[in-house]
Design a protein around this ligand. Structure first.
Ligand code: BES
Ligand code: ZN
Length: 604
């Protein structure tokens, strides 16, 4: 392996020699071929020669077919140059070394992606809402951009980008960039991203996509069948944007639009700049899951503006974003709703700390880098990171902490930062303002001890405490299932209800619950996920199997399907069942979700 050195930063997840030669602009020219499941064309990289005598640029690739390479001193006249693909690393892919003649400041790589590209999902018409036309989308975070673009795939490298995309007629291309106006009958689309961004934020989707405005700066892209419901669900986004600006400074990306993906999208949301990608499973008709939008929007500050320099610093992206999200929810919808979300987040944190395979996985900063960022993904960097910031807010007061955070964003705008840089900044700008209030040992316990500090500040929620009381009274036989008030519960109350459900409940109790609230086949994907997991945990798989299999064939969001597969895999018979279901439905999952489910259900 040939880790990158960018300044003093080592990115063990990239082969790029970005301390010698650094990409400043990426220009894509690609055609979309649904029959071959290929993107084909070329990428031109503009290079800054930090070490002028470097005679090569090393790029990241995974499963790309490289057809040729050219070099240029002006980006206009090109001459062939030599290239070589290195040995395959199962996690990182292959380094692509392109020779740089003296004075060359641009390289062009001619290539096409392969059908199995880990960062692309090619959907059949049947997997879309409209059922008539195919759909393609990318998911570049963490290290999947390299599976559809040969580039320096490290979050420490920021570049502007532009793109020309050719699509089959009748299909629209959208990207995380400024878009060309109007549908072009020839299927040619042009994009520009004038702000420098890390490679994991380059994103593309192609499909039968329409647009509906929501506010002056906000709108939604989706298939026609989903557009109206999406625009209703997310109508409060413009307001969230205004609230966020008031708290953390101006929004620096122009527009903020959403793209609703088909249900196989493997995440809840992805903060692609100017165009958040979002799962349709949050469209429930009651606007109760919009904190997911607040989260992706908040990344416009924490993540997209100030970016984790390596995947070891992931909590700088997600912990800060989760903290911002709670603040936004509270400001927009009141403290009770914010606290509800915090309590649910903390429950997820405790579950994931329980599931963590090593002490390193429980920390904010690991002592040894993870081999594969996808494999160690959990709520720990999110919720532990947010709790750390809540702790600091509590110690220094909200006003001082807000000013500090805003300063962090302003002082590091359009840069990538390490945990070490953050901790030094924290020390200089906040801790030193009140010497002795928080000790270095207390900070270090937050970031590098496996256990949560005892003085963490947790939220509590009256509404959720009522749910606990109702659940426990019913389970103890004191009240009827219908007396719990479940018919009026929000999705958050249901989540909490399931989160605290004991494994000791009887089959009769589960049946009564299902009969009262029609959980099997629920149209709310979050409730359905919890219910199927609970039924499996309680040994009642047979009762839900047809509906659960249909669910697992349709939904590909890892957070919603992973717990069901994990519950099945807890017994030998269940694992065999999980393997059979996956054999039947797994081809409909995104490659990242396929890999994640395979890890869960593989025989040990
Ligand atoms: N950036 C993440 C999604 C992600 C993380 C993709 C790591 C690939 C690798 C996004 O902002 C996110 O956190 N999504 C959450 C939503 C949430 C916490 C509200 C999700 O998808 O569940
Ligand atoms: Zn996030």
């Amino acid at each position: 392996m040939n880790p990158v050195l960018a300044g003093d930063v080592v990115d063990t997840h990239s082969f790029a020699n970005s301390s010698e030669v650094r990409t400043t602009h990426v220009a894509l020219d690609l055609a979309v071929d649904f029959a071959k499941k290929e993107l084909s064309g070329h990428v031109d990289l503009t290079l800054e020669r930090l070490k002028p005598d470097a005679d090569r640029v090393v790029l990241d690739t995974r499963a790309l077919e490289i057809l040729g390479a050219d070099a240029s001193a002006d980006g206009k006249t090109w001459a062939k140059t030599s290239f070589a693909l290195g040995a395959l690393d199962p996690v990182l892919g292959r380094p692509l070394t392109v020779s740089l003649p003296a004075g060359a400041t641009h390289v062009r790589v001619r290539y096409h992606s392969r059908p199995e590209a880990s960062g692309l999902q090619w959907l059949k018409p049947a997997q879309t809402a409209g059922k008539k036309l195919p759909f393609l989308f990318s998911q570049s975070q963490a290290i999947h951009a390299r599976s559809w673009i040969p580039l320096q795939d490290s979050p420490a490298v920021r570049a502007t980008y532009d793109a020309h995309i050719r699509t089959p007629k009748g299909l629209r291309a959208v990207m995380s960039a400024e878009m060309s106006e109007g549908l072009d009958a020839t299927g040619r689309w042009a994009f520009t991203m004038p702000q420098p961004i890390p490679s994991y934020l380059i994103a593309l989707a192609v499909g039968d996509i329409g647009f509906q405005a929501m506010g002056p700066r906000t709108g939604v892209y989706a298939e026609a069948a989903t557009l109206k419901a999406a625009a209703y669900e997310f109508a409060e986004t413009e307001k969230t944007l205004e609230v966020c600006e008031k708290l953390f400074g101006p929004y620096r990306w122009g527009r903020y639009d959403l793209l609703v993906l088909p249900p196989s999208f493997p995440y809840g949301g992805m903060e692609n700049p100017r165009l958040t990608f979002v799962t349709p499973t949050v469209i429930t008709g009651d606007r109760r899951l919009v904190s997911l939008i607040a989260h992706e929007l908040a990344h416009s500050w924490s993540g997209n503006l100030v970016t984790n320099a390596t995947w070891e610093d992931f909590w700088l992206n997600e912990g800060f974003t989760e903290y911002l999200t709670y603040r936004l929810t509270e400001a927009q919808f009141g403290k009770a709703r914010g606290d509800m979300e915090r309590v649910i987040g903390t429950a997820a944190l405790k579950t994931d700390i329980g599931l963590a395979k090593s002490d390193d996985d429980k920390k904010l900063t690991r002592s040894t880098p993870a081999a594969d960022p996808d494999e160690v993904f959990s709520s720990i960097p999110y919720e532990r990171g947010a709790l750390f910031l809540v702790y600091l807010e509590t110690k220094f007061g909200r006003d001082a902490f807000d000013a500090f955070l805003r300063g962090w964003f302003d002082d590091h705008a359009f840069q990538s930062a390490t945990s070490r840089q953050f901790l030094a900044y924290l020390d200089a700008k906040l801790l030193k303002t009140k010497p002795g209030l928080v000790s270095p040992a207390e900070i270090s316990a937050w970031v590098s001890n496996p256990d949560l500090p005892a003085d963490a500040v947790y939220a509590s929620s009256d509404a959720l405490a009522k749910v606990d009381a109702a659940r426990d009274a019913w389970l103890a036989g004191k009240t009827a299932v219908t007396a719990m008030g479940g018919a009026e519960w929000t999705v958050q109350e249901w989540e909490h209800f399931f989160e605290g459900f004991p494994k000791t409940a009887s089959a009769a109790q589960l049946q009564a619950l299902d009969a009262a609230f029609k959980l099997t086949g629920s149209g709310n994907a979050i409730i359905a996920s919890h219910w199927y997991k609970l039924a499996v945990d309680a040994g009642q798989t047979a009762a839900v199997l047809p509906a659960m299999t249909e669910y697992l064939s349709r939904v590909g969001r890892m957070k919603l399907i992973g717990p069901i597969y994990r519950a099945l895999a807890a017994t030998d018979a269940g694992r065999a069942q999980a393997q059979a279901i996956f054999a039947q439905v797994g081809s409909g999952y995104h490659p990242i979700a396929q890999q994640s489910v395979e890890r869960i259900i593989k025989g040990s």
